[in-house]
Design a protein around this ligand. Sequence first.
Ligand code: ATP
Length: 276
Amino acid sequence: MTTAAIEGFAPAKVNLTLHVTGQRADGYHLLDSLVMFADVGDRVTVARAEQMSLTVTGPRAAGVPEDARNLCWKAAEAFGAPVAITLDKHLPAAAGIGGGSSDAAAVLRAMEELFGRPSGVDPLTLGADVPVCLLGRAARMQGIGGAVTPLDMPSLRAILVNPGVEVSTPAVFKALARRDNAPMPAVPDAAAQARDVLDWLAQQRNDLEPPAAALRPEIGQVLRALSSLDGARLVRMSGSGATCFALFDPDSPTDGMARDLQAAFPQWWVAETMLS
Ligand code: ATP
């Protein structure tokens, strides 16, 4: 009997806000974050196999582990069945856009389809971003990542930029000055237009941006380049960095901006995308 391989998409996760509101006695940080997903991402292909295997291909494959250190592999092990995984890597790693977490979520979804049963895996055991990545749509994420509330949000036009420097998430949290910052106020309701959402977002923060920018001066350079784009309404870092984003009014033309940015900074990863 042959079983078809299942393909899955692992979109980039973007933290439009990231408020750090506390730290538990066990060291885990408490977060309050509005998350949306891009239409750029990695692809996973999963097939039944006698033993576990993982092959990483694609433009961002370099340096990504092909063994049990990879979150894809950990997700499959947690599901409890051997599979052959191909990970077509397009997202930069250690970049604050949840590449590994989104890959793990895509593997869990693909395995549920392949084996015809729920995974039974608590996604939080794979990482703080895996629950929201499993949902895969706009959401508010709270607590240590396990409390995920879906949100109805208008699609937002964005340009994402990563300067090509990896940022260690623990190092950024270590450099954070205060851990007891204010949570987000009530999020915009389902009827909010993109412009209202942009106004609301501008009042919010990413508390990890100052410590990350202090560790990596390239982040400041990216934020300045994005701020100089015509029609950029909001510029901010995602996650623990170093990827930053600019958000635009829905009818503001962004034609050619990403291409021009890429030409000016060939070493940067630049993606124009819609967030949803
Ligand atoms: P976050 O948004 O949660 O901060 P991130 O983008 O910083 O996520 P990942 O892309 O998951 O983090 O990469 C962090 C590290 O994890 C990498 O340096 C890499 O060695 C390892 N890793 C494990 N699995 C993967 C994967 N599937 N893709 C990329 N890196 C992975």
